[in-house]
Design a binder for this molecule. Structure first.
Ligand code: MN3
Length: 254
């Protein structure tokens, strides 16, 4: 019991330190390993843009464009509900799951481990994918990628049209709620397309999402009703290939 109290006390001190650093306006209050340059840490964080604040706490990143910026392809009301309510719910859920896991470690009582591990995976994957989703879109989007990303798509899928056909088919075909995801596979240093059910099921390990489309009904039902395919076809017009290419460039450089 003494060990546990000491642990909690230490944890409290560490938490207070982080809070004080945040109040003082420190750029980075999360310690960085001595052999890990801060620039590397920032680059890694940028892969899932806006997912955490300067203190390393999960936050809902603001949209970088207006709610109506993606019209007529994605309507403003859908964007407002999707971002402000649905995505916010995943952030709250992830924070709550991690708090519960910390409570379990502190108490030594892991009776709820299955439930809270599942919640952590669900809400965490949901939070991270939405960060990439918002960041990959913009007004005046569409077209095709250029540069290194275009070359990699050519190499790994046999051309942009073949890639687009597979990505569209995968996204339209997700059973129930989920995502179509273009991801960088670390093991093979190549691009792969995945179907995720919910946010976290059916994907390989060691993938970093580069571009993804949300095919949960909350992403399209107000405007497209049951026509998911029409939504996916229209969604291509929102893709900000410059941003997607920048994200791919960070991975390729790593
Ligand atoms: Mn969603």
């Amino acid at each position: 019991m003494t060990d546990r109290r000491d642990f909690l006390k230490l944890g409290g001190v560490a938490a207070a330190g982080v809070a004080l650093a945040s109040v003082a306006g420190a750029q980075t209050s999360r310690p960085v390993a001595a052999d890990s340059p801060a620039s590397h840490s920032e680059a890694m964080k940028a892969l899932i843009p806006g997912a955490v604040d300067e203190a390393g706490s999960y936050v809902l990143p603001p949209l970088k464009y207006g709610y109506d910026a993606l019209e007529p392809h994605i309507d403003a009301q859908t964007m407002r509900l999707h971002h402000d309510k649905h995505h916010a719910g995943y952030v709250k859920g992830l924070i709550g799951a991690e708090e519960k896991l910390a409570e379990m470690r502190a108490s030594g009582d892991f009776a709820g481990i299955d439930y809270w591990s599942r919640k952590s995976a669900f809400h965490g994957a949901g939070h991270f994918l939405h960060c990439v989703f918002w960041d990959s879109m913009g007004s005046g989007g569409g077209g095709a990628p250029t540069g290194a990303l275009a070359k990699c798509i050519e190499r790994d899928f046999g051309g942009f049209e073949a890639f687009k056909a597979q990505f569209s088919a995968a996204s339209k075909g997700v059973e129930g709620s989920g995502w179509g995801i273009l991801a960088y596979q670390i093991a093979g240093a190549k691009l792969v397309i995945q179907q995720a059910m919910n946010h976290q099921l059916l994907t390989q390990w060691g993938l970093v999402p580069v571009l993804c489309v949300d095919v949960w009904e909350h992403a399209y039902y107000l405007h497209y009703q049951n026509q998911r395919a029409a939504y996916v076809d229209a969604w291509w017009n929102t893709v900000d290939w410059n941003r997607v290419g920048e994200r791919f460039g960070m991975l390729e450089a790593g």
